[in-house]
Write a new protein. Sequence first.
Length: 703
Amino acid sequence: MIATLISIVAINQLHAEEANEKAAELNHLIGEKSPYLILHARNPVDWYPWGKQAFQKAKKENKPILLSIGYSTCHWCHVMERESFQNKEIAEFLNKHFVAIKLDREERPDVDKIYMAAYQAMYQGGGGWPLNMFLTQDLKPFAGGTYFPPNDRQGRPGFKRVLATLAQAWNEQGDEVLKSANDIHRGMSESLIKSSVAAGEITGNDLAEAMKFLLQGADGKHGGWGMGTKFPQVCHLRFLLRHWYRTGNKEAFKHARLTADKMMQGGINDHLAGGFHRYTVDDRWLVPHFEKMLYDQAQLLDFYLDLWLITGDLSYRAVAMDISDYVLREMQHKDGGFYSAQDAQSEGKEGKYHCWTLAELKALLSEDELKVATRWYGITEKGNFLDHSDPEPLLNLNVLHIAEPEWKTTAQEQKSLDSANAKMCNARFDRIPAATDDKVLADWNGMMIAALARAGIVLEEKKYHTAAIKAHGLVKAKLWDGRLLYHRWRDGERDQSQQAASYLQMIAASLTLYQTTLDAGYLDFAILLAEGARKLFYDAKNGGFYVGTDRPDLVLRLKDDFDGATPTASSQAAYQFLRLAVITGREDFRKIGEKTLHGASASIKASPFSFTEMMSVAEMELGEQPKLVIAGKETSSDFIKARFQTYRPHLLLTGNEGKVDAFTLTLKPKDAKTTAYYCAGKTCQAPVTEVQALGKMLGKKTP
């Protein structure tokens, strides 16, 4: 019972903070729904939300704009808020010389994309959050940075000095500032034109070269990529598995599995409550920033399901169940749907909720439990975590990680470890939890719905599938008005923006639910969303999908060109439109998918790290694009289960009714029995009417 109250406590805490703010001196963010914006509502900085009121104020008072972009679980966003935005001296200067706008990048990814691209163009790459950009009154950037300390520190310019320098430049060299902003804007516009290169085929050799490049940059000891800060980079991992599936490349599979093993053993994995933190600050997956993001849980759930199906290794199944249980317990809205994230900090301290001192464990555990737990999790007196950004950090904290993965515990040792885990879990649930960002985002919910729907069938756990259906219903009820899909819902209110990722990830969710239920209503909704996405976001001339719609508050329309923490809109669009084309037979969907895929060919060849999700789509196009048609309803659930018990990443499941292609409509049950047809185009293998025969037909590919 205590465990189920965690997210409720955290959310009630957030709502209590919102109510208390009314008694304090508030700025213009108090009416907002974003928890990140609400966090800044009591700052002495006179923050405005992104919108006409702020834009008009800047013009009326002839002031430049500070646009500060972040999100609720961002570590350095919290640091800068504490150091600078709560500083009355800084706030007074900022309010006098600038119009200050706060933006939640998760609410407006289209705006964030523009100014992150501008920052990278101005400063030759890099980037991160908080992103602090200085704009003219027509929203064109002329200067920017990420995290600024309040005063000059370790080679970083202080925020006070940055503000003073830019205010002086605006007042004394205003014409030059405007010229610089126009030059930057013109340069970005010209680079967009140049980037619209001719489409080309993506060959098997292209993907083999990309894989070689990817593996050359891989960390062969700890898994993943890079030698410092590490993110899961699931788009990369998914491509490794898809490439192995088509080509049999054992090195690709080997690295995917190494990364999976090291992540699930490391501190990035929450060994008590399940779920994964966003990233680690080291190359061993040991010490994370402790925030948890919904999109990471969705993609890693899918990844570990893949590995479970390929290998039959029970540890991957256990991780998949841990992720699923965590999401249902702590990230699920009571009416369905899923929250966005959980913060890294509790009571203003990073690690306070998740970490342990040896003294705490000595007081909590029996002698046998302590002996096993300290060895298993590598607990020491000194600890392994210190928050260097905190002026008064907590000391001797231990991040739990599996210190000796090869240790084979005896039955008694395992019993003691299980008992220790239960005690530690319950004790942690009694702590004040990190805040939960309880906004419901259509795109991240789409990712979680698709992953949980599949998990329910693969793991034979109905509650996961039921949660996916319920979440889909909430998104449709709260964010779909019959014509447009909105992006964010929170506290009974939806926003007014449309984002490409929301449409495309909800297409993915709808197609997965269609395949796991054969309910034609989900296919109908996927088609509606696809038609809407084409109208709102598709670049018919050059292929690809814009991040956002054509709006007056966007100085540029950009396409995302990097499959990072989540797939780009274009990568997801190529995948979903090609899948829809196979199911429906619609030529217009096929052309959109192919044009979007082929439009990325130059980028894939020039920078394979950038477009790994798009390369997974290319793997599908190069291989067979089969479908499994289920005709009949009597035992269709058994046939569905059989299909999802094998790793066949490109096999689409469809019924023989509704808006499927004309050929599929002709496939009927044999001898009054539910019948499965395995088809590629209009060529089908002999139909089967027994579930066991279908399982044998689908087979299993092993490394």
